[in-house]
Design a protein around this ligand. Structure first.
Ligand code: GLA
Length: 353
């Protein structure tokens, strides 16, 4: 019997920059997809959330438009890449909320990839697991996501955030100060609705890079932005500023400057909302109110349009802010929202039991 604990993630800075091969600052969090598995001839999976079983042969590549597609995508990608694998019997559970913008679709793929890696001796390195998860998402699920979610889920480190150059995949760990607190607050609006708009943003970014003859957004400067048609300039300007903010956030983290870091987060949110157009009324409300309640900063995390905001506070204020926000959110949107105080955590772990 094997057990995988695959975390979710939040992104602290560097939103919508990974598909433009820019900088990101994510971390794995203490909410997990947990999978218990045994070897088997076919694939037989049970979800404790959906309370249903799916069974298919490992050569079956058919999509079914339900949660089992995440697992099907893993079998598809491993076979596509020429790995020899068998099947498994598994139970999928854990406490990572699904579709709330906390990386659940990358988390389940990384869980199954890591289990199969261990069970069938594939010798895949963590970075290879992340790249396979991305390929499964892009090519099988048809979701054009970048590398940052699976990468942070395989490489997360307790008490640290990651700084990743998504072009070279060079990365480093930055210590997360002990008394800083992060709250992931879910709007109740699934982030799924986002995918077509997400794809539009990605296409735009690729077109701009093509036009400018650049490989990565890191190398685009302000004067080059001025040569672009105005809609492109507006959207891509966000990406250029956000790359810079990730570097500034890295400095703020190194010096332990809570106020600077928080301000960068909030600035990032309003830039995402106003110039990149990926926010929503609910996300904006949460950012505005958390700052009014005394948070150091707040921003949407992940693709946007729904999903969650991440709020930066300290140990003293965290509960008061989260509770205050819950009340205000219910008053305004008639919705009892869910929140989690999250901490930087280790990446995926597989144990043989
Ligand atoms: C989703 C994608 C990531 C990234 C974020 C936006 O979470 O999976 O690759 O693009 O959106 O920062």
């Amino acid at each position: 019997m094997y057990r995988a604990d695959s975390p979710g993630r939040i992104n602290l800075m560097g939103e919508h920059t990974d598909y433009a091969l820019g900088y990101v600052m994510p971390m794995a969090i203490n909410l997990y997809t947990v999978v218990h598995a045994q070897m088997g001839n076919t694939v037989r999976i049970y979800s404790q959330v959906f309370r249903d079983v799916h069974e298919f042969s490992i050569s079956n590549q058919q999509k079914e438009n339900n949660w089992s597609d995440h697992v099907r995508s893993v079998f598809w990608v491993l076979r596509e890449e020429g790995h020899r694998i068998g099947g498994l019997k598994a139970i999928v559970g854990g406490d990572l909320p699904i579709a709330s913008g906390l990386g659940s679709s990358a988390s389940i793929k990384v869980a199954f990839l890591s289990l199969l890696n261990e069970m069938y001796g594939l010798n895949l390195l963590p970075v290879e697991v992340a790249l396979l998860a991305k390929k499964a998402e892009n090519k099988y699920m048809d979701v054009p996501a970048g590398i940052s979610d699976p990468f942070s889920i395989v490489s997360g480190k307790k008490d640290h955030v990651l700084f990743i150059d998504t072009d070279t995949l060079n990365y480093s760990y930055l210590k997360f100060p002990r008394d800083w607190r992060l709250i992931a607050f879910y709007t109740g609006i699934p982030r799924e609705v986002a995918s077509s708009k997400y794809a539009e943003r990605k296409r735009m970014a690729e077109e701009v890079l093509n036009l400018l003859g650049k490989h990565s957004s890191i190398y685009v400067n302000e004067s080059e932005l001025r040569t672009l048609p105005s809609l492109y300039r507006k959207a891509f300007g966000y990406i250029v500023r956000e790359n810079r903010r990730v570097l500034e956030a890295r400095d703020a983290l190194r010096t332990g400057d809570l106020e600077d870091f928080g301000e960068l987060m909030t600035t990032s949110h309003w830039d995402l909302a106003r110039n990149y157009d990926v926010s929503s009324e609910e996300l904006d409300f949460l950012v505005k109110k958390s700052v009014e309640l005394g948070a150091y900063g707040a921003k949407m995390t992940g693709a946007g349009f729904g999903g969650s905001v991440v709020i930066l506070t300290d140990s003293e204020k965290a509960t008061r802010i989260a509770e205050g926000l819950t009340e205000l959110y219910e008053e305004r949107f008639n919705w009892e929202a869910e929140y989690h105080v999250v901490v930087p955590s280790d990446g995926v772990k597989v144990r043989r039991m």
